[in-house]
Design a protein around this ligand. Structure first.
Ligand code: AMP
Length: 452
């Protein structure tokens, strides 16, 4: 097996890698780093969690140790779709370049131009930027891109989702065609493929299959529920979520809970907080500072449940996430892959649970088609009068100060018996829900392997 020492990286970079605790290169690193060092363009098809950041930062640092930056003329460029990803890439640079002297600037929106200008004026070796802010600087005449020797595009598929492709094309055109290009995307949509054909020169294509990364490290399951049986379907869904969380909290798990809409991110975060857990929302309407602080609190364990929109789904390096919960099935199957990629990172095992209303089953099917595997459903205990109740008898949970207030478990049973002919309302299904926590806990506990 290839070791880091077998790769002709700068010895100071190798020391930093050893200090970061990495023993062997990940598959994308083993394939990409030697090729990048040899000057090839790279087309990396890989998602986060595969070690792709180091697969381009390590050779870049090695290459940049030769030469010096001139004022306003960065020698390398890393373009990231989101501020969070850009900030993380900057952190990776700091880690891997700790023993070499390289100047770095982070150009992201939501931060004042002045400090960024000062850094650029001094001359930077590595410029890490989001496309909009980079072009803003360029248009203000503060930045010259004609000395860029290496350009990285990270998470190109996300750029596509966010409408950044024209900006990326423009940035490509502003840099010299002799540059080396390292291009990463989790998927190759036709638009992305077109971009790579236009701007990459005879690239080495390296694919770290998604199949392997999702199915091996992440244990996935889906919890179907029949929303047509509820009057307050969203309330019931939060109720379901809470019961999953109750079970998970007992296992000492932390989780990222994804919602499709920002509005729901806030509602769910409030609901989880109201039930006594530390939870915080993370979405694009929050200021950069708020987002960074929220992430830091989640990273260091002060916040147990991060409720997030898809803004947070990609590129964020949050170690030790035990579980990803999809409160909503994502509309775009690709987002599913990115969301669950927050767990099972860097060799750890992880779990992903999707709560799926029956009406969203089609979306689940699209996801299964994309990942080419069936996601096992957590079957709900069947509640039939008499025998069924024995299995599904609700455990008495402490009464929560619920925003989806329900009567006590005992009353529910009564109601179920007297209303079992109805398929709307709170009768039979409430028992099914009540039966879930122990079921989920049991099934997860049985299968749980070494996380946290
Ligand atoms: P990335 O896919 O770049 O977001 O990296 C995912 C995580 O893997 C990060 O936390 C890295 O610190 C970690 N990582 C990267 N390369 C290695 C390696 N060779 N060995 C162990 N962990 C690594």
């Amino acid at each position: 097996m290839l070791k880091f020492e077998d790769i002709p990286l700068n010895p100071k970079v190798l020391s930093a890698v050893a200090e970061a605790g990495y023993e062997t290169p990940t598959p994308i690193q083993a394939q990409a780093i030697p090729k990048a060092l040899a000057g090839h363009d790279i087309l990396g098809i890989a998602q986060t969690g595969t070690g792709k950041t180091a697969s381009y930062t390590l050779p870049m640092i090695t290459l940049l140790t030769q030469g010096r930056a001139r004022a306003r003329m960065p020698r390398s460029l890393v373009i990231c779709p989101t501020r969070e990803l850009a900030a993380q890439v900057a952190e990776s640079f700091d880690t891997y370049a700790r023993h070499v002297k390289l100047a770095k600037a982070l150009l992201i929106g939501g931060v004042r131009f002045k400090n960024q200008d000062t850094l650029i004026d001094k001359g930077v070796d590595v410029l890490i930027a989001t496309p909009g802010r980079l072009l803003d600087h360029f248009e203000r005449g503060k930045l010259i891109l004609s000395d860029v020797k290496v350009m990285v595009v990270d998470e190109a598929d996300r750029m596509l989702d966010m409408g950044f492709i024209p900006d990326i094309e423009r940035i490509f055109q502003l840099t010299p065609f002799t540059r080396q290009t390292l291009f990463f995307s989790a998927t190759l949509a036709p638009e992305i493929e077109r971009l790579t054909r236009t701007f990459l020169s005879n690239p080495v294509r390296i694919e770290v299959t998604r199949q392997a990364t999702t199915s091996e490290a992440i244990e996935q399951s889906v919890l179907y529920y029949d929303e047509t049986r509820f009057i307050d379907t969203e309330g019931k869904k939060r109720n379901l979520l809470r019961q999953v969380i109750d079970a998970e909290a007992k296992l000492g798990a932390n989780a990222i809970i994804f919602c499709n809409k920002k509005k729901d991110v806030d509602i769910v975060a409030r609901s989880v907080t109201k039930h006594g857990y530390s939870a915080e929302p993370l979405h694009g309407d929050l200021s950069q500072e708020q987002r960074t602080q929220t992430l830091n609190r989640f990273r260091d364990g002060r916040t147990t449940f991060l409720v997030a929109s898809d803004v947070a789904a990609r590129g964020l390096d949050i170690p030790d996430v035990s579980l990803v919960i999809n409160f909503d099935v994502p509309g775009n199957p690709e987002d599913y892959v990115h969301r669950i990629g927050r767990t099972g990172r860097a060799g750890k095992s992880g779990r992903a649970l999707t709560i799926c209303a029956v009406r969203d089953k089609k979306k689940m099917t699209a996801i299964e088609k994309l990942i080419q595997s069936k996601i096992p459903p957590i079957s709900q205990p069947t509640v039939q009068s008499g025998a069924g109740q024995k299995n599904a008898t609700p455990k008495h949970r402490p009464a929560h100060n619920s925003d989806e207030t329900t009567p006590s478990a005992g009353k529910r049973t009564e109601k179920h018996n007297s209303n079992s002919h109805r398929n709307r309302g709170h009768g039979p299904i409430t028992e099914v829900i009540e039966g879930l926590p122990s079921f989920i806990t049991k099934s997860f506990e049985e299968r749980r392997t070494g996380y946290r």
